[in-house]
Design a protein around this ligand. Structure first.
Ligand SMILES: [Zn+2]
Length: 277
């Protein structure tokens, strides 16, 4: 009923705006196109699930479910777990799980930093539908704790040695941590981001892809950072890697998975190329 009333109210305003020649109805039209795209993919047999959403920056589960209903995107909602994050230990993790377990979403755990392995018990981790991590946090070759999205924690003295070290870190993580999905994949720090295509050489791509297939880990196609590149995704598909869709929202910016959905077409991904919890 609530929706019906809202719609009745909204349509006349929308028409009025159109008639009065206001130049802003474009955003509404775009929104519809994004939802139509999601709808047509679902009709073609794709499940559109964003497995990388967070209740952060004030976003509530109710708001997320409302967005889900509006867009047709299903969600997996993950707690950020690790040193310096909202969920730091086993009892935090249990408490979190019990606070969300009845909501109709997949329940995920984002493992942060490399210390998480010793901070949570296997039994508590097993309450969750899936676990994922990224390779944005590690100790660099001089022992400095590095977070690749923090400008002042990134030291690129020589680009090639930086890349080689980073690729080895990714491979180590994929080989040693019990995760289902590698997220924010191939992310580069701002200072070298423009050189993505040049720095992600075929050899480097194949190393990461080998670690994904060797450990049965899915690869996220991240809508926020627009990574990995189409070239990387195509190569991963050739080697049998499975994919997931993910946003990694900062607050209420859940969005419409545009880059991820664009890659489905551009890289010829089929419904059975996707991993599901
Ligand atoms: Zn995240």
């Amino acid at each position: 009923m609530k929706h019906f009333n809202f719609f009745r109210l909204f349509v006349p305003i929308f028409l009025l705006v159109l008639v009065s020649g206001c130049n802003n109805p474009v955003s509404e039209t775009q929104k519809d196109a994004r939802i139509l795209k999601i709808d047509s993919l679902k009709q073609a047999g794709y499940e559109i699930i964003d497995l990388h959403a967070h209740l952060k920056g004030g976003l509530t589960m109710e708001q997320l479910l409302e967005h889900s209903q509006k867009t047709g995107i299903k969600y997996g909602v993950a707690a950020n777990c690790g040193v310096g994050f909202p969920v730091q230990n086993d009892s935090d993790l249990k408490k979190y799980y019990h606070s969300v377990k009845d909501y109709p979403v997949y329940h995920g755990m984002q493992a942060e930093g490399r210390e998480w392995i010793n901070a949570f018990s296997p039994d508590t981790i097993a309450l969750f539908d899936y676990v994922f991590t990224d390779a944005l946090t590690y100790y660099d070759n001089k022992g400095r704790r590095t977070r690749l999205w923090m400008k002042d924690e990134v030291f690129v003295e020589d680009v090639d040695s930086f890349m080689n070290y980073y690729v080895n870190q990714i491979v180590e993580i994929l080989n040693n941590e019990p995760i289902n999905i590698y997220v924010n994949p191939t992310f580069l720090p701002e200072i070298i981001r423009e050189r993505y295509d040049e720095l992600w050489t075929e050899k480097r791509m194949l190393k990461v892809i080998g670690a994904l297939t060797g450990n049965d880990i899915a690869l996220e196609i991240n809508a926020r950072y627009k990574i990995p590149s189409a070239e990387f995704i195509k190569k991963a598909k050739e080697h049998g890697v499975k994919f997931t869709l993910g946003t990694n929202n900062g607050a209420n910016d859940l969005g419409y998975l545009e880059y991820s959905l664009q890659m489905i077409g551009e890289c010829g991904l089929e419904p059975d190329d996707f991993w599901k919890p």
